[in-house]
Design a protein around this ligand. Structure first.
Ligand SMILES: Nc1ncnc2c1ncn2[C@@H]1O[C@H](COP(=O)(O)OP(=O)(O)OP(=O)(O)O)[C@@H](O)[C@H]1O
Ligand SMILES: [Mg+2]
Length: 386
């Protein structure tokens, strides 16, 4: 029996739950030319959501390009990723690589494109932009988007370009932010969707008035998935492989993960792994949580152990007592921590997207399973087993 749950990768089709109102809203914004910034804690489904939006855009004959900056660690790779996405959007529209090769010089004045067919016989291909060596990286970047925009003008169409993990450009080259802004501003037929898994860094690009992208796109916060939708999804996925789960237990899972889709699929996947009959029991759900925490240990302990000591102390306090508005002197005394150290640690943890100051000015750990993991580790004297 194949596991009916997937996590940690982009999902679509029957593995994708709900998000109907988000798809509608984002499609409406982007197809009307309104650029957006989509932010959320890690793995809430930003990339998958935009993939779902791309299908809607396709039916409206709007071109679509997806750039992922995650692995781009040089300016050249950034420019190549944008050029290649622009070319692919046009190829998809023309439905012909030959036509694209013939026409591309009309639109792209500097960049030339080579196409490499994958040897797997499926007809899949990679677009390899050959950037002009005489031009600067800004000129090449501009060529990619101006090229796409002029194709759109000529064909009287519009396009949406997703810039995923956009905050990564800041790490590559500090000038890129302003350069991108100037180029993007000039493309009247392209709406952009800025996504990123570093919520804090991404938001700051758009809400800090000293920065080039200030107020240049609509900020949209992606929330959790509605409990009843997630409950229905969990039941349907189990049912698909002939396993039954009661409404109550499916709802308990949806509540446990607080509507977080990645954790929902992760937890259900662990439950699936330990199934011994075709019914999900309460014990399996409880054991599944611990199995999941154990399997997350390498990544969670990596996060935790890399923190400076003060920050790990604050995380421990928040895991044990959070949400906290005011840290009591008893809490601080335990770690021999003064107010300045506390505030320094809090600000740094906020910048790292590990904690947030929420309702009633209370600090809490964003990732509820990181908090749970810290508590379990403390309870078990540093080791987790199931
Ligand atoms: N609508 C959804 N329905 C079901 N599962 C989903 C949905 N959206 C996301 N997921 C789950 O979350 C996982 C991560 O999704 P995705 O990569 O799209 O999130 P992301 O927000 O882009 O993540 P990151 O913060 O790492 O960029 C998927 O593998 C899947 O398990
Ligand atoms: Mg993503």
């Amino acid at each position: 029996m194949a596991n009916p749950f997937r996590f940690g990768q982009v999902v679509s089709g029957e593995l994708f739950c709900d998000r109907k109102s988000e798809i509608k809203q984002i499609t409406q914004d982007l197809s009307g030319g309104q650029s957006i910034v989509l932010f959320s804690p890690r793995r809430y489904g930003k990339t998958s959501l935009l993939k779902a939006v791309s299908k809607e855009l396709k039916s409206k004959r709007i071109l679509y390009g997806h750039v992922d900056f995650f692995a781009c660690n040089s300016t050249e790779k950034v420019v190549q990723a944008v050029s290649s996405a622009a070319a692919k959007a046009i190829i998809n529209d023309l439905k012909s690589i030959e036509k694209f090769i013939k026409k591309s010089a009309q639109f792209f004045t500097r960049t030339r494109f080579a196409i490499r067919f994958e040897p797997n016989g499926t007809g899949s291909f990679t677009v390899l932009p050959e950037l002009s060596p005489q031009a600067t990286s800004v000129d090449n970047l501009s060529d990619a988007l101006v090229g796409l925009n002029s194709y759109l003008r000529k064909s009287k169409k519009r396009a949406v370009v997703v810039l995923d993990e956009f905050q990564q450009i800041l790490r590559v080259n500090s000038n890129l932010e302003a350069e991108f802004r100037t180029i993007i501003q000039q493309q009247d037929r392209i709406a952009f969707a800025f996504l990123g898994s570093r919520m804090h860094l991404l938001q700051d690009i758009f809400i800090n008035e000293k920065r080039p992208f200030y107020h240049s796109a609509k900020l949209i916060e992606l929330g959790p998935i509605a409990q009843h939708e997630l409950t229905k999804f969990i039941k349907t996925r189990f049912k698909k492989i002939g396993v039954s789960i009661s409404e109550e237990l499916a709802l308990r899972i949806a509540n446990k993960v607080e509507g977080h889709p990645d954790y929902a699929q992760r937890l259900c996947s662990h439950i699936f792994d330990s199934l011994e009959s075709n019914t999900v029991s309460e014990e399996l759900v409880e054991a599944g949580v611990l199995r999941m925490l154990v399997s997350l240990t390498p990544s969670l302990s990596g996060i935790f152990e890399e923190l400076p000591i003060r920050e790990s102390q604050v995380m421990t306090l928040l895991a044990e007592h959070g949400p906290i508005a005011k840290f009591s002197s008893k809490m601080l005394y335990k770690y021999d921590m003064g107010m300045p150290s506390l505030h320094k640690a809090l600000s740094s943890l906020i910048r790292k997207d590990l904690i947030i100051k929420g309702q009633a000015k209370k600090y809490f750990i964003i990732d509820k399973f990181l908090a749970e993991w810290i508590r379990e580790v403390l309870k078990n004297g540093g080791e987790l087993k199931y």
